[in-house]
Write a protein that binds this ligand. Structure first.
Ligand SMILES: NC(=O)c1ccc[n+]([C@@H]2O[C@H](COP(=O)([O-])OP(=O)(O)OC[C@H]3O[C@@H](n4cnc5c(N)ncnc54)[C@H](OP(=O)(O)O)[C@@H]3O)[C@@H](O)[C@H]2O)c1
Length: 261
């Protein structure tokens, strides 16, 4: 039987303390990777590390860092490279959803969103690239959104940042393929996570969480929101040697929601 083996791989997952990033961290550890997670809130990192540390043969460590802080990010990466020898698998996952009507959108809104979703990604790639190239092995997985392919109204700045993330993925994939550094994007539809729990809490609804999600589920061809583990499985495949001929793809993980491939 073929299994996914990430032993002897070091993975860095931004936003690994919650939702999709946390599920990916758990899956990677269960496949044997040494996983480093980055997020801003120390308590959530601690809780996640505690929860995941015994799920498999891999290891997990947490780092408090805002990825929009260039100096701190470089410091954390320096520490990871010194202590673990480099990053083999980079998952750019940290993000949020910010939406405004076109007439309210400011340049500042765009700069803040692009800084979190594109510029931080670029800086992290640059920090990891040297040793990936030297080893002639690397994986970069960019978590984006189907809104980057098919934006709805009032979906700026987030959809603009996501579209740039998909283009960035293709640029990198083409440039880095000769070094065996494979770069793919996962375009998320609607997957249960901290984002959806916060929306439920903010709604003040008396319905259960599942009842609250039910109208959303009806808009998705498969009839339900995704589970974070379902996304993690795809990320795990892309991170592994089983995906050795896949690069430059922006794969929808959306239960059929996005009308384009
Ligand atoms: N779930 C969905 O349906 C969906 C749909 C489309 C796209 N996405 C995208 O998928 C990714 C994961 O989303 P999720 O639903 O799992 O969200 P989530 O549960 O809110 O998790 C977001 C993670 O990112 C971290 N983070 C946010 N800003 C950060 C920063 N500046 N520096 C470092 N870490 C930061 C958060 O921790 P701290 O707050 O402690 O920093 C948290 O660990 C996001 O990029 C999101 O936009 C999700």
């Amino acid at each position: 039987m073929k299994t996914i083996n990430l032993q002897n791989k070091v993975a860095l997952i931004t936003g690994g303390s919650s939702g999709l990033g946390k599920a990916i961290a758990k899956e990677f550890v269960s496949c044997g990777a040494s996983v480093c997670i980055i997020a801003r809130t120390a308590a959530n990192i601690e809780e996640t590390v505690h929860e995941i540390q015994s799920v498999g043969s891999g290891q997990i460590r947490g780092f408090v860092c805002d990825i929009t802080d260039q100096e701190k990010t470089a410091e954390v990466l320096g520490q990871i490279i010194l202590e673990l020898g480099g990053v083999d698998i980079l998952v750019n996952n940290a993000g949020s959803s910010s939406r405004k009507n076109a007439d309210e959108l400011t340049t500042e809104d765009m700069i803040l969103d692009m800084d979190l979703k594109l510029f931080a990604n670029m800086r992290l790639v640059q920090l990891c690239l040297g040793q990936m190239r030297a080893k002639r092995w690397g994986r970069i997985i960019n978590i984006v959104s189907i809104g980057g392919k098919v934006p709805g109204g009032s979906s700026a700045p987030t959809a603009l940042s996501r579209a740039s993330g998909i283009t960035w993925t293709k640029i990198l994939a083409t440039e880095l393929a000769p070094d065996n550094v494979l770069v793919n994007a996962l375009c998320i539809g609607k997957i249960k996570s901290g984002q959806w729990e916060r929306r439920y809490a903010a709604s003040g609804s008396n319905d259960s969480y599942e009842e609250f999600l039910s109208p959303v589920a009806k808009t998705i061809p498969i009839g339900r929101l995704g589970e974070s583990e379902e996304l993690a499985n795809v990320a795990c495949f892309l991170a592994s040697d089983l995906a050795s001929y896949v690069t430059g793809v922006a794969l929808n993980v959306d239960g059929g929601l996005c009308p384009v491939t």
